[in-house]
Every structure is written in C-alpha cells, then in structure tokens.
Ligand binder design. Structure first.
Ligand code: DUC
Ligand code: ZN
Ligand code: ZN
Length: 466
C-alpha cells in the first residue's frame, strides 16, 4: 500500500524544509515539493507538524539482570513504551555474563526479544570477560550476526568489570575488525573504596551514591580509555552515558586531535541533579540512582553538556533506559545505597525532552533530529536504512506536533515502572503519529501497533570511522 504524508515540514540533520513524503510498503520512495506529488488515494495530513525520522535509542537495557533483580521492562512493554515516545529502533545490550560463551549470551538475548518487540531492534554485546574465546567471538559477531559494537566496563568489579589489559586486547581486536568499543568509564575499584568508607560512616542514603562516584573518577576513566584506545592504534571508542564536565573535557581534547573518540549523554544528565533528585528526602532519591550518577547543580555540568551537544563533542543522546520499580526493586537498597539497583527508565521521553532543548534555544531543530535519530543510526551502522527521511530508507517516521504539550507521569506513561523520574513535568511538543516500516503504530495517543511487528536489524560498521 502507498500513501502520501502531506503538508508537513520535514526535518533532517541539516534542518527543516516543507515537503511531502511518499511511502510505499515499508519504504520511503520519494520526497516532493509541497503539492508536486502525483495524486494518491491515501494521505496522512501533516499540516503544522514536523515530519522527522523515527528516533533511534542506541542505549537500552530491557530485562537486564542487575543488582539482584531484573530491569522491569520486557522487550514487549519497553518497545511499546518506546513507540509512544517516537522511537522506532532500539539498540539493546545483549550480555555475556562472566564465564559464559559470548554466543550463548547472545542467543539468550535473541530469545528474550524475538517475537516480542513492537519496533525494530539491534544489539550491542556486553563482554563480561575478555578471553581468547571472546576475542574470536567478536570477529564472528561482526561478520555473521550484525553486531558491530561491544561494551566494556571499567566499573562494577566482580560483575562486569574488565581490567586495563583486557580492555586493551578488546580494543586491538576492534581496531582490526572495525567494531566500536563502548565504554562505561568510571574507576570501579576506587569507587568501591569510597562506598565502603561512606557506609562505615553511616552514610547510607541514596544521595551518597552520587558522592561516592565523583566526577574525577569518571574523568580519569574516560582519559584512561582514550589513551588505551590510542595504544590500540586509535581503535574507535564511544563513551556511554557521559555525565560530567571533566569527562567531557577529555573527550573534547581527543576530538580536537582528530581521534576516533565519540560520546553520548542522556536526558537525566541534561536536566536532573545530585541535590534536587538524588538528595530528595528519605529514600525518595533511590528513583534517580543510576551510574554514572547525576551531578551537582552547583557546578557547570548541565550547561557544559548542552554545549557539548552543540559542538558535537557529544554526538548522541541515548536514554540508558534501565527501569526498576520502587517497590521490591529500588527498595532492595533501603538502609544501604550500594544495594539500590542502578538505573532510570526514560525510553519514552527522550524525543520530547530534547525537543524542549530546541524550545529553550539550546539546540537547533536539525541538531535535535541529528542527536536522537541520524547520528545514532550512522554511529552504529544502521544508516541510511534508519535515521533519515530519504528515498530507499525504511518508512520509520514521526509526525511531531510543536504546538502540543506533553505531561509526564507514572499514571500516563507506558513503561513498566511504578514511578516516573520526570513526574509532573510539562514540556512543549508532542509525538502525534508514529510509523514503523510503513505501518502506523501510534496516532493521537492511540495504539495500533503489535508485539512481533519489530524485527531484528543486522548492523554494519560505524559510518564515522577513519
Ligand atoms: N548504569 C546504570 O545506571 N544501569 C545499568 C548499567 C549501567 O551502567
Ligand atoms: Zn554503563
Ligand atoms: Zn547502560
């Protein structure tokens, strides 16, 4: 079936332009100057709307086993919530647990996702250990499985942690096969010392989660990762969930030298703070325990991160969607912040929260689309199939109403969470219509998608490599 999306303003990474978009089956087949398209029986009226590529969230953790529990969104609930938020592709992190065969971890992730997703999905692979076998597996995943990015952790000793020697070996392998190394850059062993000392002093509230993960330990790990990647002949490196000014300085310096270094941030670091959220009275702050942590409002982090998005030192906004309910999950850390499962759910709100940056004059319209859709697609080998409105691309399209309003809260969101990290926030703009591979799955708040519509997407290498 073909139809014309008519009367809207198409926004791509280079900015807005009025155009009509012809969709045939699952693909975009043409763009026309307004009114220039041949007659179509089926049309979707986009008057007054931005017509943007479906958003790509390159960092989610559906069903992640973590902190003695599981992230509360399944692939079913999480991808449906994502669709409501204008997301048409996620890249989730498959996990190789310590001692496990990489391919077995991947198979387990496919089993969780297959037949359950409402939108398309790809995987990165978390390496829970770097061994001769896992290094071989990296080649096989790149060549045969469409997985071209691997996440390593400098934090969480005993869980996901890799030491510098292991990291270097994985980076050398990535340099050879063209994969991207994604780094959780925090100095885990040093954090563990600070956590133990804080607990011994009786500092058990959620607030101390932030205090024991100071920005210096994010900056140090970021810098170390950048230098290790240099030793690995400038292996492509992507710093995940960057939260702090000093870490951003490290990335900016590397980029100024023309290095293959990239970074993402997340909405929580652009808006929320150590004092106002993590420091909320009683156990309330547990809602915002995530790592890297929220940073102090008395320092310049948030302004620096918005600037980093403008200058491209931060290339991508992802969510690090890792939801846990307060009841029975975050509550595991009552009386001991170090036992609170780390994570914030937000897959449904990134498109709106970053559009608010446009309204506030912090980002251009083109940069909004670039950071939430085009660059993540290009960074992780999905482009031009995803991330752009162009002939030949998948018809993953969002009609966005700039005159609408979004009110965020647990009573109305679709994520499987008993609270919202953004409860009561009223922001400008609203997702109006969401189209996934040609099929309308959300329209005016009504859902017409289905579990199983989403397909696994094999990814190529990053577009940004030299
Ligand atoms: N950080 C989180 O907050 N949750 C999951 C893993 C991570 O690195
Ligand atoms: Zn991480
Ligand atoms: Zn994560």
């Amino acid at each position: 079936m073909s139809y014309l999306i008519k009367g809207g303003t198409v926004v791509g990474p280079t900015g807005p332009a009025p155009a009509d978009v012809l969709v045939d089956g699952e693909k975009i087949v043409a763009l026309f100057a307004p009114g220039a398209a041949p007659h179509q029986d089926e049309t979707i009226d986009a008057t007054g709307k931005f017509v943007i590529p479906g958003a790509v969230d390159a960092h989610t953790h559906m069903e992640l086993p973590f902190g003695g529990t599981h992230a509360s969104d399944t692939f079913d609930t999480g991808t449906r919530a994502a669709a409501f938020g204008g997301v048409t592709t996620i890249i989730d992190f498959a996990v190789q647990r310590y001692g496990e065969v990489v391919q077995d971890g991947l198979a387990a992730w496919h089993a969780k996702a297959e037949g359950n997703c409402h939108i398309d999905y790809g995987f990165h692979m978390i390496l829970g250990g770097v061994t001769d076998e896992s290094l071989k597996a990296m080649d096989q995943l790149v060549t045969d499985e469409g997985i071209s990015s691997f996440k390593l952790f400098m934090a969480y000793p005993g869980v996901f942690y890799s030491d510098d020697g292991q990291i270097l070996r994985a980076m050398q392998k990535a340099r050879d096969n063209g994969a991207m190394i994604m780094m959780h850059a925090e100095n885990g062993p040093a954090i563990d010392v600070l956590v133990k000392q804080a607990l011994e002093r009786g500092e058990t509230d959620p607030y101390y989660h932030g205090v024991t993960r100071p920005q210096e330990l994010e900056a140090e790990a970021t810098s170390r990762a950048i230098w290790l990647a240099a030793v690995a002949a400038d292996c492509p490196l992507y710093i995940v969930h960057l939260s702090a000014s000093k870490a951003l300085e490290q990335v900016a310096a590397a980029r100024d030298q023309g290095r293959n270094v990239f970074a993402e941030t997340c909405p929580q670091y652009l808006y929320l703070t150590l004092e106002d959220q993590l420091g909320a009275p009683g156990f309330e702050g547990a809602k915002w325990v995530c790592s890297t942590p929220l940073r102090s409002k008395h320092e310049s982090h948030r302004a620096d991160l918005w600037r980093g998005l403008r200058t491209n030192d931060l290339a991508v906004v992802s969510t690090d969607h890792c939801p846990f309910c307060m009841k029975d999950q975050k509550e595991l850390g009552l009386g001991d912040f170090s036992k609170i499962p780390n994570g914030i759910g937000g897959v449904e709100h990134r498109v709106d929260l970053i559009y608010q940056g446009v309204v506030d004059g912090k980002l251009s319209l083109g940069r909004w689309v670039e950071t939430i859709a085009t660059t993540p697609a290009r960074m992780f080998g999905l482009y031009p199939r995803k991330g752009i409105i162009a002939p030949g691309s998948d018809a993953d399209i969002v009609l966005y109403d700039p005159d609408g309003q979004t009110r965020i809260g647990a009573a109305t969101h679709h994520m499987n969470m008993d609270y919202s990290a953004w409860e009561g926030w009223e922001i400008a703009g609203r997702v109006d219509t969401v189209i996934s591979r040609g099929t309308v799955i959300v329209r005016g708040g009504d859902y017409s998608g289905r579990k199983g519509h989403g397909r696994y997407v094999r990814r190529g290498l990053s577009d940004y490599l030299v």
